[in-house]
Design a protein around this ligand. Structure first.
Ligand code: NAP
Ligand code: MG
Length: 484
């Protein structure tokens, strides 16, 4: 049962500003993680739908109204869109919460962030300058930042609206056009957001949305010769396929593939300040956050004290669908619940503490109580693999050098935090972290809209957010003018 005010998007794709069914006439069910019930459907697209969307995007880029806009006009449009999202934030949040299962508080925060991406990149659209270079006498050399053309985007289900926002706002700001395939497990907010894009006045073909299966529609998009750039957020396994497809087409890609991000707590840390961050970084969004703080490294002398405080805090976390203030809801799917439960069952470490599942949660939902393990062996599965659930591994260390080794000792490298009052140590450890974002005495999963974000190695490559994303979504052309 959805709330009465929740109107649902139709199972249609957005192609050239027209809402059209999949060409093969197929649709697929949408399940809510809250109760496991089918409550909507989406278009199940294939390669022919993707092809039509890319044709529309190509036309918009080459000759359509989009291609004639100035940077200032693009910026104004993006900002207008951001205000429209803000005006619809509550309905969007309700839809997101129903579709993804995330607590309404989180969904509301996501919509504010989504609107903010359009405000931020709208303001930035006309502020990406080129350069003038010194060269030989008699020459003027100018360096221009140009859009790639048609950008393919494949995004996941954990933050559908936010990741849509950070991808679409930056790519469009630079003058690209787009074909975006959201995740089948949660994409209704994306469809609603796309309706608002049409309402905001984006010209036909600037933004196209094709829903469906990853291994059909996603694969067709990533392999299509008509795209000039591809951006992907999701699992490392699919990330590899995206990069291979990009290589075959000789186009660049950015990959954002998750992590096993550490928070390092030294014995001089302000524990009162740290505790809420240590818990929230793994409980937020059910731990289904690429930048979740899934490892806590604790200096041995304070290990027992930190463990006791974690146990107390985890005990106070209840997964719920009905509590407006809940920080934890269900996981996205039966598959994800099973995956997380398997990690918990196979964990080779003592349980420090557990939360619970509210008594009134619907039986068919995908709830998992949060759990914290420790001491965890840094070489174990639990310390090495991304669980993508509310499961925290606590690992002891003796000194700074060992902390750095353990923190950097996974295949991932997305975010890290260091908790210490020692200024020298803050700087040294931040510098030593092999990852894309470091917090000192704080933790913002993913950071803010303004903060460049992305990984190294198995966490992927390329940077999103901030101005860095504008550079990712554009390429340099050098013009050499021999004027004599
Ligand atoms: P996934 O399969 O990588 O899904 C991400 C996106 O890629 C979805 O839109 C998906 O479409 C699409 N996709 C799937 N197979 C594809 C293919 N062969 N070609 C092109 N696109 C394809 O991730 P998942 O299965 O949802 O989650 C598995 C694990 O990945 C999680 O447990 C977690 O560890 C990690 N993950 C990380 C992030 C992150 O933010 N970095 C996000 C999600 C998941 P469909 O959903 O329609 O299949
Ligand atoms: Mg769903």
């Amino acid at each position: 049962m959805q709330p009465a005010h929740l109107t649902l998007p139709q199972p249609l794709n957005l192609i050239g500003n027209h809402w059209v069914p999949a060409r093969a006439g197929r649709s697929m069910p949408v399940i809510s993680p809250i109760d496991g019930e089918v409550f909507a459907s989406i278009a199940e697209s294939d390669a022919s739908d993707v092809d039509a969307a890319i044709t529309a995007a190509r036309q918009a880029f080459e000759t359509g109204d989009w291609s004639r806009l100035t940077a200032a006009e693009r910026g104004r449009l993006l900002m207008r869109y951001g205000r429209l999202i803000e005006a619809h934030a509550e309905a969007l949040a309700q839809l997101e919460s129903r579709d993804n299962g995330k607590p309404i508080r989180q969904a509301r925060a996501d919509m504010i962030a989504t609107a903010r991406y359009f405000e931020y990149y709208g303001g930035a659209a006309d502020k990406v300058h080129g350069e003038v270079l010194p060269f030989l006498n008699g020459y003027d050399v100018t360096v221009h930042r140009e859009p790639y053309g048609v950008v393919g985007a494949i995004i996941p289900w954990n933050y559908p609206a936010q990741i849509y926002g950070r991808t679409v706002a930056a790519a469009l700001a630079m003058g690209n056009t787009m074909v975006l395939k959201p995740a089948e497990d949660a994409c209704l907010s994306v469809l609603r957001l796309a309706e608002l894009a049409v309402e905001a006045g984006f010209p036909a073909g600037a933004l196209n949305i094709v829903t469906g299966r990853g291994d059909v529609a996603g694969k067709a998009l990533s392999e299509h010769r008509g795209i000039d750039f591809i951006t992907f957020t999701g699992s490392p396994e699919v990330g590899v396929m995206i990069q291979v497809a990009a290589a075959r087409n000789f186009i660049p890609c950015t990959l954002e593939l998750g992590g096993k991000s550490p928070q390092i707590v030294f014995d001089d840390a302000d524990l009162d300040a740290a505790m809420p961050y240590l818990v929230n970084a793994i409980v937020q969004n059910g731990g289904q956050t690429c930048s979740a703080g899934s490892r806590v490294l604790v200096q041995r002398g304070i290990f027992d004290a930190v463990a006791a405080r974690l146990a107390e805090r985890f005990a106070a976390v209840t997964a719920s669908a009905s509590d407006e203030d809940a920080v934890l809801g269900p996981l996205i799917s039966a598959r994800q619940k099973k995956r997380v439960e398997t990690y918990i069952a196979e964990a080779d470490a003592p349980v420090i503490g557990r939360g619970q599942i509210a008594a009134d949660t619907p039986g068919g939902g995908f709830y998992v109580a949060p759990v914290v393990f420790g001491p965890v062996d840094p070489a174990s599965k639990l310390a090495q693999e991304e669980v993508f659930g509310p499961v925290l591994a606590v690992i002891p260390f003796d000194d700074e050098a060992q902390a750095i080794r353990i923190a950097n000792g996974t295949e991932y490298g997305l975010v890290a935090a260091v908790w210490t009052r020692d200024g020298g140590r803050q700087a040294r450890v931040a510098k030593a972290m092999r990852c894309g974002q470091v917090f000192i005495n704080g933790y913002g999963a993913g950071g803010g809209v303004e903060l460049p974000f992305g990984g190294v190695r198995k966490s992927g490559h390329g940077r999103e957010k901030g101005f860095a994303a504008l550079y990712e979504f554009s390429q340099i052309k050098t013009v050499v003018n021999n004027h004599g």
